[in-house]
Design a protein around this ligand. Sequence first.
Ligand code: NAD
Length: 382
Amino acid sequence: MKQQLDQSSEMTMDIFEKISGHEQVVFCNDPSTGLQAIIAIHNTTLGPALGGTRMYPYASLDDALDDVLRLSEGMTYKCAAADIDFGGGKGVIIGDPKTDKTSALFRAYGQFVDSLNGRFYTGTDMGTTMDDFVQAAKETHFINGIPVEFGGGGDSSVPTAQGVIYGLKSTAQYLFGDETLSGKTYAIQGLGKVGYKVGQQLLEMGANLVVTDINKDAIAAIQAQAEVHTGNVTVVESDDIYHVDADVFIPCAMGGILNDETIDQLKVRAIVGSANNQLKTEHHAKLLHEKGILYAPDYIVNSGGLIQVADELYGANKARVLMKTKAIYQSILEIYKQSELDAITTLEAANRKCQQRLEEQRGRNNFYRRQRSPKWIFKNEV
Ligand code: NAD
C-alpha cells in the first residue's frame, strides 16, 4: 500500500510540474459518446481563455497533453499581441476526425465547455469544422467561429488574409519607406483559403507572384486571377519556393518551414505569412536576423482570424473586424523598430511586447477569470 501511495504522489508531482505554467487543465471523459478530451487554460490575466479545439488521433495521452499545453500557451501570446481582452486556452479531442466524429460527441464536449461557465471559449481548429461546433453550441454559449447563419462571424480566412496584407504593407513601409505593394515580387507557399486571397489581392495591385501548392486546382485558381489582373504568376515546385528571387516570402501552408535547411536558401528581404509556427525553433529567428531577413512574427501577422472570433461577442460585424485588423499594420511596424533599437530579433521584440501587456494587466484583474458577457465589456469600456 505504501509503495502505491508513493507512486501515485510521484505521478501527481509530475502532472503538477508539467502544468506548472498553466492555471487549469480539465480532463473530459464521457464513455457514452466516446469523448476523451483535454481543455487547458494557460492564463486568464487579460480575460477568459480563448482557443480552438483540435481533433487528432494522438498516439498517447502524453502527446495530447503536451500539445494542448503548448498550444494554449501560444494563445496567451496571440491574444496579448492582438490586443484583445482574452487569455490563452485550447482544447484537444482524442480521436480520428475522419472516423470518430458524431454530433453526440460534440454535444458532450459542449457540455464540458459549458461547465467551465465562461472561463473558456472555443471553436474550430485542425480536424474540427464549423458544423461540429454548431452541435457543441446547442449545449453552451461559449462557442465562437460558427457560421453567419448561426450568429457567428463565418469564414475567418478573410480577416486573416487582410492581416497578411497589412503585415506586407508595414514591411514595405519599413524596408522601402513606402507601403505600396505593386511592382514587387512575392513568393507564396500554399494557395488555400488564406494564400489564395492574399495572392488575389496582390495581383489586383499589380504585383508579381511566384507560387507553389501541392494542389493543382489551387494553382489553376490563382492562374485564372492572373489573366484578369496586371500581375504575373510563375509556378514552381514545392521545394523550389525557398530559393526564388523575390522581395517577400509569404508562407501560407505548414509550420516548421523556417529551419537550418531552408534559411540557407532564402534570397528574400522579408518573411510575412499566415502559417502557424513557421520557425522550427526560436534559434531560427536569430539565424534570420543574422542573415538580415526581416521576419514578421507569424502569431501577429495571422491574428485577423482571432480578432474576428473575439469580436463575435459584440455580435458578428465584418466591417468592424476588418477595421480592427488594421492594428496589425502598426503592431508589426513597432516590432520592427523595437527589434532594431534593442538589437534583438523581431520574435523577441514581439514576445516582450506581449509580456509587457500581461504585466501591466496582472493585479488589475482577478486571477480566476469568469464569463465575459458583451454587457460586461461595454460596461467596462465606457
Ligand atoms: P488551407 O488548408 O486552406 O490551405 C493550405 C494550402 O497549403 C492548401 O492549398 C494546400 O494544398 C497547401 N499545401 C500543403 N502542403 C504544401 C506544401 N508542402 N507545399 C505547398 N503547398 C502546400 O489553410 P488556410 O486556412 O489557408 O491556412 C494556411 C495557414 O495559415 C495554416 O498554417 C493555418 O494554420 C494558418 N492560419 C490560418 C487561419 C485562417 O483563418 N484560415 C488563421 C490563422 C492561421
